[in-house]
Design a protein around this ligand. Structure first.
Ligand code: FES
Ligand code: MG
Length: 566
């Protein structure tokens, strides 16, 4: 028997002695033999005082433990890393791979027959999916759920699309210092994840749609009784999985990925999900097909009217039927036979839907929020391996645009110069280019791609400009922002050779992004490019710089992908 406490015994020649020791130590916590002689369900505790998006984790753990025990299992809570967007420097993305490695190895190292991974804030569910994909222990994900909305002088507020809009108003001088202080206390009005269709909500909905989390677990509010009941149910499900559940690798089939990409388009979801899904599937030896993502975007319209593409918040999405309702609307493009970690198929999620209501939040196919999906994949001489744009959240007038490039050498250069007198020379139809902000360049591919509108233009009422970078963008942001330009400048991509004054042409309908310099000039500039020396001498930063891959490979480490040597 390899279950329970006997799992992964380090015998060194005497397994029974190892078990004797293991039992002796765990009994120090007051457990009885009866408690220990059961399937063990590990529960990853990602609570942290630095992570308000996970502020309800203690309550979810209690409920999940109850579910495990009601089903006859033994819950064992263990800590793993926790990452919050605002508290992880230099960027949360820099730490995602570390959390994925730590979670994978702690699940592997400790005896457990199934594991519940409680995640929520942007990088945590991706890290847990990556860990689960590489792990032989059946895993189920329990999202923390979205926060409540707040209210300011009669206006609803939700982190964090409104954060940006309001900060933009403050920069433009239409909100004063006193009012911005008042808003600061109301923007994030409860624990839980950002309540728009940002990265956290997108990933929570995707794990539900891809069969790694229970129905409605992608959207139930963090503070709701329903969320707690989902936690209890997740505990029960994990016990069943402990007996003969599939591994995450068996759930994450090519069909599940394709379903995920279709749902991402229909959600109006975050561009960051493209990177995270590429990383998850890289773990399984598969490459995310960017052309298929783009094809699905032409086929599947945005149906969910949530910020940043639309108007509403996650609470309304949940009330309107959440992911199962959305799946039913696009059932014709999904593979409903895709399996779920806790049994059954995706078809079961849409089988017993209540009558339709709230038609304006999850739209019918005939009345979409936007005719095409959220994300388009661009290519051209400026992005040989691709770039993405969330065109559902971009200005229609800028989708075909030619303009003069204004280049920022790095995030620091941009921060320094953006509000300088120097920027007064920037015009509204210029194209802002930020480089050296990719996986290697920054490092960690920060969410710097949402380059602020220069202050003098913001004051004139300019709300959007074409912006191009090798960085990512927060899923809660909006604008005509081209991201993930691959290869990045620091890896020798052509973004490195753009000069201020060059012309750049964007054509979203044709999916093109071109630097308008003659090919021979482009070639000469590329030939003159010096390789960037590795700056990091030690530690995780050095490991990161030496092994991180590009956006199309999910910004994972090369040695973590399946089938990659050394
Ligand atoms: Fe955690 Fe937005 S900051 S989900
Ligand atoms: Mg975010």
């Amino acid at each position: 028997m390899t279950r329970g406490l006997r799992r992964r015994l380090t015998s060194y020649g005497d397994e029974e002695f190892s078990l004797f020791l293991r039992k002796a130590f765990i009994k120090a916590m007051g457990y009885s033999d009866d408690a220990l002689d059961r399937p063990i369900v590990g529960i990853a505790n990602t609570y942290s005082d630095y992570n308000p998006c996970h502020g309800n984790v203690p309550q979810l753990i209690e409920a999940a433990k109850r579910g495990v025990m009601l089903a006859g299992g033994m819950p064992m809570v263990f800590p793993t890393m926790s990452i919050h967007e605002s508290f992880a420097a230099p960027t949360s993305m820099f730490l995602r791979n570390l959390m994925a490695m730590e979670t994978e190895e702690m699940v592997r190292a400790q005896p457990m027959d199934a594991v519940i991974l409680i995640g929520g804030c942007d990088k945590t569910i991706p890290a847990q999916m990556m860990a689960a994909a590489s792990s032989e222990v059946p895993a189920i994900i329990l999202p923390t759920g979205p926060m409540e909305t707040g209210n300011h002088r009669g206006e609803r507020l939700g982190a964090c699309t409104d954060c940006r809009r309001i900060w933009g108003q403050y920069r433009a001088g239409t909100i004063d210092g006193e009012e911005i202080g008042e808003i600061n206390g109301r923007l994030v009005s409860s624990v839980g994840t950002c309540t728009v269709m940002g990265t956290a909500s997108t990933m929570a909905c995707l794990v539900e749609a891809m069969g790694l989390a229970l129905p409605m677990s992608g959207s139930a509010p963090a503070t709701s009784a329903e969320r707690v009941r989902i936690a209890e149910e997740t505990g029960r499900a994990a016990v069943a999985m402990a007996h003969d559940g599939p591994t995450a690798a068996e759930v994450l089939t090519p069909s599940a990925l394709r379903n995920g990409l279709a749902v991402l388009q229909a959600l109006g979801g975050s561009t960051n999900a493209v990177v995270h899904l590429a990383a998850v599937y890289g773990r399984l030896g598969r490459k995310l097909d960017m052309a298929e993502l783009d094809r699905l975007g032409r086929e599947v319209p945005v149906l969910v009217d949530l910020k940043p593409s639309g108007v509403a918040y996650m609470g309304e999405f949940h009330a309107a039927g959440g992911v199962p309702r959305l799946l039913s609307e696009i059932a014709d493009v999904l593979d409903l036979s895709a399996p779920r970690a806790f049994g059954g198929t995706i078809a079961d999620a849409v089988a017993k839907l209540p009558a339709r209501h709230e038609e304006h939040i999850i739209r019918r196919r005939t009345q979409p929020v936007s005719e095409t999906g959220a994300i388009a994949v661009l290519s051209g001489n400026l992005a040989p391996r691709g770039a993405v744009i969330k065109h559902s959240a971009a200005s229609p007038a800028l989708q075909v645009h030619e303009g003069r490039a204004v280049v920022f050498e790095s995030v620091e250069d941009m921060t320094r110069r953006l509000d300088d007198d120097e920027t007064l020379a920037i015009a509204a139809d210029d194209v802002l280019v930020l480089r050296n902000a990719g996986p290697k360049g920054a490092p960690g591919m920060p969410e710097a791609g949402y380059i602020p509108i220069p202050r003098h233009l913001a004051r004139q009422g300019v709300k959007d400009m074409v912006r191009i970078s090798d960085a990512r963008m927060s899923g809660t942001a909006f604008g005509t922002v081209i991201l993930h330009v691959t290869p990045e400048a620091a890896d020798g991509g052509p973004l490195a050779i753009v000069r201020t004054g060059d012309r750049i042409r964007l054509d979203v309908p044709a999916r093109r992004l071109e630097l308008l310099v003659p090919p021979e000039e482009l070639e000469a500039r590329m030939a003159a490019l010096e390789p960037r020396p590795s700056a990091e001498r030690r530690g995780y930063a050095r490991l990161y710089q030496e092994h991180v891959m590009q956006a199309d490979d999910g910004v994972d480490f090369d040695f973590l992908q399946d089938g990659v040597d050394g």
